[in-house]
Design a protein around this ligand. Sequence first.
Ligand code: B1M
Length: 208
Amino acid sequence: MARNTVLFDAICNGKANVVEQVVREAIDRGDNVVELLTESMIPAMKEIGERFARNEVYVPEMLISARAMNTGLKLLEPLLAKQGHQPLAKVAIGTVKGDLHDIGKNLVAMMLKGAGFEVDDLGVNCDVNKFAASVQKGSRAVCCSALLTTTMPYMKTVVEHFKQYPDVKVIIGGAPVTQAYADDIGAHGFATNASDAVKVVSACLGLS
Ligand code: B1M
């Protein structure tokens, strides 16, 4: 599928009403929603980040783009999440302490739900106690998201904590995170994007 430039521009310019209209029309036409995400919506967030890095836009513009993106994601969520099946396993997901970015984390949560996992979404700014409480309630994997180089090191705190529970797998991801970093801190897995996260979580839990 080619890029939907109206959708791409609407997210970049923070036009939530246009995003809503275009996404609804795409759903009604039966367009491939995963391609809509990967070809138009995610690249728009990348573009806004590049503009921010070049000082062409500032935090308020990033925020309204994020709101526009979330408007589209809410419409896509029911299509990405299958209904009525037995969960494969319960997993916790959260953006780590100090970090408020949640779009990527939300996407990973949606794809995990769509693949049949029961997802305990802990939100943003999660400290290790939040992840631990979810494990006490049955989560077998802990998925950590970080978008800032300053919050990424908190993932090591999470990994260290769960070393005492060898059955609990810690899987990490987010724009600044790499496989080398995951290896360095001893995480069980690293995923580059939401569909990769499904594969990595499944593999770590012995489900694939
Ligand atoms: Co912020 N921000 N931001 N921001 N922001 C970045 C991350 C930045 C790269 C922009 C830039 O400079 N180019 C930069 C970080 C630089 C760095 O750390 N070196 C930055 C900065 C500096 C900041 C502030 C410090 C700005 C300020 O206040 N001066 C501030 C920090 C606030 C805080 O968290 N404490 C801040 C604030 C914000 C907003 C609130 C305005 C807003 C977030 C709104 C929200 O999330 N609700 C925002 C946004 C929107 C961005 C950018 C533009 C877009 C992020 C995004 O949603 N990407 C971002 C630029 C960029 O990333 N290029 C930027 C789309 C999303 C689908 O991708 O999150 O990477 P991503 O998720 C992917 C994968 O990474 C992976 O799968 C996802 C789907 O494919 N993945 C996982 C993610 N989590 C995973 C977990 C897993 C597995 C895979 O677990 C297993």
